[in-house]
Structure formats: structure tokens, C-alpha cells
Design a protein around this ligand. Structure first.
Ligand SMILES: [Zn+2]
Length: 335
């Protein structure tokens, strides 16, 4: 048995874990037939879980979207690099928050993360830095922050406060009396939150993995093992190569009806869509998780070998927890 990612021959005892085409952090589908057996070795499965899926589920645009669907992560990451949510208005402007869950009123509940706020003399407003990411005193001063005559805000509970004070001291920022501790809430208040989300190589590799997994599930392991897929395989497993060669973000929606209905603010599906098809001698997948952003993934360009018809599509319905095959994907790929 050969793993489709590391390409190493291993005994069956190294292929115990199942590989889900779409990671389970994006929903569990009880009768899901899109699970790979004896395809991805346990080492690769573990590697992906620890190094890619952890961040896809909690620190990506889709990780953010899953909160809206009530798929709450077991545990949030302590610090996220890819998603930054900031309150956009009012006296809490600039405060960094994390999304918790959707409340009964349909609004996303937020919580402040432990952080420290400094006043910028240039912008004339506060900027906040998360615990573990506080710049040094010199760095702050060189960027125009006023440390002497302005209040430094420390946001955190008692324990976090101690840790933040320690970090401030380490960064050369001594605390005097003009420090304000706050854990006052925006409870019940509705605030506008601005999110900035970075799709980095880790997330891109995870998205490409979904597409290559999908190809294996629809055609065969043998097909995926061909050298046509070495570049994308090495990008996914080892991070080699240029991400632009494999993934393009924000393509038009996969379904035509979607595009039509979107004008009226409605969406056909609450779920994930994936399609796979040839475009001349390239094999292209389009993927949309939570029907939000659409990605175009290039699994191979310049295919060499025996040609076979490939035209597949699946819909993962998050409401019904069902996976269904799309009957027609003929118009689906707008390449
Ligand atoms: Zn492997």
C-alpha cells in the first residue's frame, strides 16, 4: 500500500486512520461515503491534523464561517495569526475580539481576548496588541505611540492581567499608576466588528488537500499516485512550490442558480460544494466551504497519460447532514 501524500509503501498496520475528504472540523456527515480508507498513511494523517487542519478549523475564513453554522470548535486557539476581529466603532474601537457562537437572536457573540492598548499620537486613537505579541518599548515609540502621558489599557481577567504585566515589563514598558485594568463588557451591546483574514500557505495546502482527496475518492488511489500529481502532492505534504500554481481565491460561485439568487440575498445551499473536471489537459477542482469563498484548485496541468472522463460534483448539506452527488456539473465550471 502506498500513501498518496508521502508516496511511501507501508504495511496495512500504518493505514488505520480514516482520512475524511473534507475535514471533520467542517461538519460531520454520519452516512458520509467520502472517506478514504487505506489511502493516506497514519503519519501523514497525523501531520495534516496537527499542522494544517488545526488552523483550517480555527484560524481561517472557513473556521470563522463555521461559527455561524453552530459548528463550534472544541477549543479556540490561544492566539490566531490569520483572523483578526476588531471592534469598529465606539469607545471600544480597536479592541480585538474572538467570535464565540451564534446567540438565540442570530447575532454572533464575541469575547475580548487578553490584550494591551496603547495610544497612537499619530492616529489619535488606541491600538491593541494581543498577549504574546506586544512590541518592545522602542518599537512602540518609533511608531508614534505615546507611552508617557496616556493610559495603557490592559484587558484580561485576573490571571491574564498578571501575565500581561509580566510581558510588558519584559518589553521594557514599566507600569505606573496610569494603567487601567478593564474587563468591562459590551454585554448586550451590539457592536460592529471588522475582520481581516489572511489565507496563507498553510490554509491553501489544506484546501488543495481536500481537492486531491476528492480526486482519490472519485477515481482511484492509483490514478492519484501518478507523477502528474507530484507538484500538488508536494505542495500539500511538504509546502514545496508556488501557491499561485495551485490555488486561486474568490472565483465565481460554483452553481449558476446561486449566482442568480445571490442578487436577492439568498443562497441555494447551506453547505460545502466541490466539483472536479478537466479543462483541456489540466485537472481543476472548484471548492466552496460553507458556500462562502470559492477556490479554484489546479491539481495538475499538462496531464500525461491515459485520458479518462472526469466530471464529478458533491454537495455537503450542513442542515440535513447529508452528502449528495451533483447530477450535472456541466455548466458548473467556469474556467
Ligand atoms: Zn503518508
Amino acid at each position: 500500500m502506498k500513501c498518496i501524500y508521502c508516496m511511501i509503501d507501508k504495511p496495512a498496520s500504518k493505514f488505520i486512520k480514516r482520512e475524511h475528504v473534507i475535514p471533520q472540523c467542517f461538519g460531520v456527515f454520519p452516512n458520509d461515503n467520502l472517506v478514504l480508507h487505506k489511502t493516506v498513511c497514519d503519519d501523514c494523517n497525523q501531520y495534516f491534523g496537527d499542522n494544517i487542519e488545526l488552523y483550517m478549523g480555527r484560524d481561517s475564513f472557513e473556521g470563522f464561517a463555521r461559527v455561524k453554522f453552530g459548528i463550534k470548535p472544541k477549543k479556540q486557539l490561544k492566539s490566531r495569526r490569520r483572523i483578526k476581529n476588531k471592534i469598529n466603532q465606539g469607545e471600544h474601537k480597536g479592541v480585538i475580539v474572538t467570535e464565540e457562537k451564534v446567540g438565540e437572536d442570530g447575532q454572533i457573540k464575541i469575547q475580548k481576548v487578553p490584550q494591551v492598548g496603547f495610544f497612537s499620537g499619530i492616529e489619535q486613537e488606541y491600538f491593541y496588541f494581543e498577549m504574546g505579541q506586544i512590541p518592545t518599548k522602542d518599537n512602540l515609540i518609533s511608531k508614534g505611540f505615546l507611552l508617557k502621558n496616556e493610559i495603557v489599557w490592559i484587558i484580561g481577567d485576573e490571571n491574564e492581567y498578571k501575565l500581561l504585566v509580566k510581558e510588558l515589563e519584559e518589553k521594557g514598558i514599566p507600569l505606573k499608576n496610569d494603567v487601567a485594568l478593564t474587563k468591562d463588557d459590551t454585554n448586550g451591546l451590539s457592536v460592529l466588528v471588522e475582520s481581516s483574514i489572511t489565507i496563507d500557505r498553510t490554509i491553501m495546502r489544506g484546501l488543495c488537500k481536500i481537492a486531491l482527496n476528492y480526486l482519490a475518492s472519485q477515481v482511484s488511489n492509483q490514478f492519484v499516485l501518478s507523477e502528474n500529481f507530484d507538484p500538488v502532492r508536494n505542495f500539500i505534504r511538504y509546502g514545496n512550490g508556488k501557491s499561485d500554481d495551485f490555488l486561486i481565491v474568490n472565483q465565481p460561485p460554483i452553481l449558476h442558480e446561486d449566482q442568480f439568487l445571490e442578487k436577492f440575498g439568498a443562497k441555494v445551499t447551506r453547505g460545502h460544494l466541490i466539483v472536479l473536471s478537466w479543462a483541456k489537459n489540466a485537472l481543476i477542482s472548484k471548492l466552496s466551504l460553507f458556500n462562502e469563498l470559492t477556490y479554484k484548485i489546479n491539481l495538475c496541468s499538462g496531464y500525461k497519460g491515459i485520458w479518462m472522463p472526469i466530471k464529478f460534483g458533491h454537495h455537503f448539506d450542513l442542515d440535513k447532514k447529508e452528502v449528495t452527488k451533483l447530477l450535472s456539473v456541466s455548466k458548473a465550471l467556469l474556467i
